[in-house]
Design a protein around this ligand. Sequence first.
Ligand SMILES: [Zn+2]
Length: 718
Amino acid sequence: MQRRSFLHACAASSVLIMFRKQLAFAKDPVPAPVKITDPLLVPFAGPYGGVPPFDKAKPALFKPAIMKGMELHRAELAAIVANKDAPTFENTILAYEDSGRPFGRANQIMATFTSTMNDKAMQAVEAEMAPILAAYGDEVIQNEELFKRIKTVWDARASLKLDPDQARLVDVHYKNFARRGAALSKASKQRAKEINEKLAGLYTTFSQNTLFDEENQLVVLDSEADLAGLPDGLKASAKSNAEAKGKKDKWVIRNTRSSVDPFLTYSTRRDLRQKVWKMFVSRGDASGAHDNKPIITQILALRAERAKLLGFASHAHWNVDDSMAKKPEAAMALMMKVWPAAVARVKEEVADMQKLADSEKANLKIEPWDYRFYAEKVRKAKYDLDENEIKGYLQIENLREALFWTAGQLYGLKFTQVKNVPVYMPDVRCYEVTRANKRVGLWYFDPYARDGKRSGAWMSEYRAQETFKGAITPIVSNNSNYVKGKAGEPVLVSWDDASTMFHEFGHALHGLLSNIRYPTFAGTNTARDFVEFPSQLHEHWLPTKEVLDKYAIHYKTKKPMPADLVAKIEKAKNFNQGFTTMEYMMSALYDMRIHMLNASQSAKVDPGDFETKLFKEIGGPKEIVMRHRPTQFLHIFGDDGYSAGYYSYLWADTLTADAGEAFKEAGSYYDKATAKRYHDTILSVGNSIDPADSFRKFRGRDVDTNALMRNRGFPVTK
Ligand SMILES: [Zn+2]
């Protein structure tokens, strides 16, 4: 089966890390002399060591809570600066680490509402708060007295006899201030602040424009003839889409990936495939009030100007600086190592599809809206494998049980549903996670699509693990957009969707199994090109025989997936890998190349022209477009999070593929010793150790990038 591992928008890409990047302090309890009563600011109360107060939150409460939280944080920072004693690790670094906790809590709950229930009221709050938060982030970074104290500790770090995680804490905080302009002149600081505020507003506009097109554009199917080729499940969800949109006796394909991709795979109506495909790849691209093209140019120009102010050649050079790759050129080198193999594989795939189309006398040349359709036909012909047949074995609730089982086998975790905690929607569930009867944390599960929910799948962290101020257990969630079926019927998902569930759960485990001292280092708060490693690795457990035998149970026959189907899945593992790798690589290369432009180039760049020219230059196949075309590329234009960072999935996948081979060498994905070593060296250490060092501890050597080529079935070159 194809690996999609590196494609899912998630966890760290989403809201949480955005706030962490912007407000690196925003997460931690207050030693407050002030009495706090706001429910969004107080430490989580209730069972299981405290739970997020979703029942007390509503859009109107966010602004006052966040403004109050900001005041509290300001007072804490003022106290650090006013300290008459010389700066020390305790009175400066630890005091800073411990600051901003109420502020962080309110922000996190707001982020949950913004990403899962973004209605009109929340959109207004988001639009109002984004520039205020950006400005506050700058206020902190530009606090000269605070930076001076941090720098004094950093300068003296060698003589302070700090533990390794403490020394790293000093370094991480110092560098975060320095690389974001704490040492700039007054005028440059003012300009950086203006830029960040403008960017925050533009990100919100970009995201809301995309959401507008996703919610307001649709393709209506009028008659049975328009449903030709669609499997029953897809017809049913098209019907319920229509009902939700008030279109009786019709069917509706929504402008979201989970609605569009299956249609493109199965519809035998080429005219409708083209129509649906065009709608989907044109999100944010139409001229008019919701056009994202001018927004992109403004974002690029401002980012490049900011990079120049901060002393970097481009936004890419600035943003890759604190990742594992360190330089954009290193990321480009990895991508260009994979590129020729992907191009060659796409050529083979297109030739196979064309041959099949010709044999059917279809009288067509493969176009982008034909790719999924003919790929599926080739899959059936070559591997006798039918996506739909597999789907019958993949029920969402069984897969969830499978996730729990893998976590039990590998790390000794147990999940128990609890109902005495507040949730923000009735179909969100919460599970207590324990190990040897001791609480490890909480896991929330929000599986279904709804209006106002960000598309894709992701993990969020509501509270980070730490031992710094008491044993605080982590609280995480997995969110996705599976289409709810009829009441009482099991929700069946594709192999890809199942793989995504394992992926997001990998992020959740990274958060849950965190065992560090300082919250800055907790769980997924690692370098961007490292964070997708544990998530992608967990996908490797889905195709294991143990999981499929036990949990891939057919929804009608109640029988497990037959051995010959499992064998076929294994055999077809790298099928369509050209397409999967290519549509991702096109997005990743675009992201890196456009962010490597300097300030004057960025100011006049046309995002569409750049796309056309880039793929002409490097020979992008015309049968495939970017997985996320520029005007809908939320990872890079919806916030700063993954800009010049979409390559991270590929980078992390080199670690994933190599770590996967470690389990294979041990003889099983359930090998206890390997799982323990992985737990101890990777999963539990968060960012308290340099990621390259923790990988070395796990593997006994540096990463072997050829493992990535092997995993995708590409020829291994030097
Ligand atoms: Zn991910």
